[in-house]
Ligand binder design. Structure first.
Ligand code: HEM
Length: 196
């Protein structure tokens, strides 16, 4: 229980803040997703079936996890000797695999610094299916996050509820803090107004 709460709370709240930050900064992204939410949800309560019908909301969440992965470094100890990029690595060496660095490699993600939810939409020309080793917000292999589907559903539900109920305005730019769970340094200051 403790692992689930510790691993699932900071990470998801940081990811939620980055999702709002990125979608409020990129021109047109919030408006497009809101149109989708207004058409699909109307007044319904959000459930699993409706979440599957919100591709723009899903694309925002995926693209935000790419550009701002809360878990920046995955530490590992090599179980056996290995070779990587021409270097020999000995068993027992400590390695740091970085989702953050991988997600910003231009040879893997063209124009990596730009927030472009369209990368995740099969209808768009910039869409490319992400290889599992190129998209690591939840890690990979045996220790891949057990909470990934739950966290994604949470992020999408909260984003969709905010889109349909409030107008948000970003008040300042933010800087990242911490490499344990990367989050906006002083939170995310926004002005909130109930949607009329
Ligand atoms: C956006 C939210 C989340 C992110 C970015 C995230 C990220 C990660 C990453 C990168 C790992 C792998 C660590 C490694 O390989 O060293 C991991 C593992 C784990 N996560 Fe998450 N996580 C999130 C949400 C959650 C939630 C909601 C739960 C629980 C309900 C959870 C439970 C766990 C647990 C128990 C592990 C350890 C798995 C193992 O070692 O076998 N996570 N998470």
């Amino acid at each position: 229980m403790i692992s689930l709460i510790v691993a699932g709370y900071e990470t998801t709240s940081a990811a939620q803040a980055w999702t709002l930050y990125a979608s409020l900064r990129a021109p047109g992204v919030w408006e497009r997703a809101r149109e989708e939410v207004d058409t699909v949800l109307v007044d319904s309560e959000i459930g699993a079936e409706l979440l599957d019908q919100l591709p723009s909301v899903d694309a925002i969440v995926q693209e935000s996890l790419r550009l701002h992965p809360p878990v920046v470094v995955l530490p590992r100890v090599l179980a056996e000797d290995a070779e990587f990029g021409g270097d020999r690595l000995r068993a027992g060496s400590r390695l740091a695999i970085s989702p953050y660095v991988t997600h910003r490699m231009p040879e893997v993600w063209p124009g990596p610094e730009r927030f472009r939810p369209g990368r995740w939409d099969p209808q768009e020309s910039l869409h490319r299916p992400a290889a599992p080793s190129a998209f690591l917000p939840f890690g990979g292999g045996r220790h891949r996050c057990v909470g990934a589907p739950f966290a994604t559903a949470e992020l999408k539900t909260i984003l969709a509820e905010l889109l349909r109920s409030v107008d948000l305005r970003l008040l300042t730019d933010v800087a990242p803090a911490s490499i344990i769970v990367m989050r906006p340094r002083r939170g995310l200051p926004v002005a909130v107004r109930r949607r009329t």
